[in-house]
Design a protein around this ligand. Sequence first.
Ligand code: DHB
Ligand code: FE
Length: 281
Amino acid sequence: MARILGGITTSHIPAVGNAIAKNLQDDPYWKPFFDGYPKIHAWIKEQKPDVVINIYNDHGLGFFLDRMPTFAIGAAHEYRNEDEGWGIPELDPFPGAPELSWHIIESMVSDEFDITSCQELPVDHGFTVPMQLFWPGAPHNPDMPRAIPISANTVQHPIPTLKRALDFGKALRKAVLSYPEDIKVVVLGTGGLSHQLDGQRAGFINKEFDLYCLENIVSNPEVLTEISRLELVEKAGAQGTEFLMWMMMRGALGDDVTELTRNYHIPISNTAAGTLLLECA
Ligand code: DHB
Ligand code: FE
């Protein structure tokens, strides 16, 4: 049967993609951010996942405001990247795992989650930057597992509630664990932590709230479901709603997790950058 090894979260800021393209990892601005990743690289090398489920939010490349699925799951043989206008070099396609994608879609629709299944899905920086952070050289790192992108709407209101995001993760866990092949799966939650890119509060960051979320997502994610969506926008910023991805990831890990490493650094571009590695029992 399939196993979930653990979950990893990271911010997915486009400027990070540019820093990687220009090899700026040791630059004084970037070093405190990139220092959060070597422990994660070591864990990945040791654990050797076969498939990565990359939970991210599309920002307008795969979906636009005219058609916005609340939850979308990739079911393609490969996922193309395209120029989004951030100046990041376009990457080669990422290989998919469509047989597991369809198993997950079947299971989750049976569990009454309304899924948009995508046999074609261009992936943006929310997906690609974390892949490059965790598997340097991606998509040409030979250790990089096949990928399943899952995108939730954090762009156009109404967005899902934090409870729905956590419940989505729980149903995803049930789906993966019922897959008959002996494969090892790692789940990513990308985006966040607090940031706002537009309007009068552009540049808004809330360290106190971020640390509250970082603490509770490990040991008490249920308490975070009490945060309303309005409160999330108020406390995390308009784009801090990307914390929903972290909730989805956390739901997929089950009750018994161990925190192996954590990094928090402000700011990177306009964002409070948070990284977390949680191992499943
Ligand atoms: C930034 C952060 C994001 O999450 C994003 O999707 C785009 C830009 C930023 O801080 O620059
Ligand atoms: Fe984003």
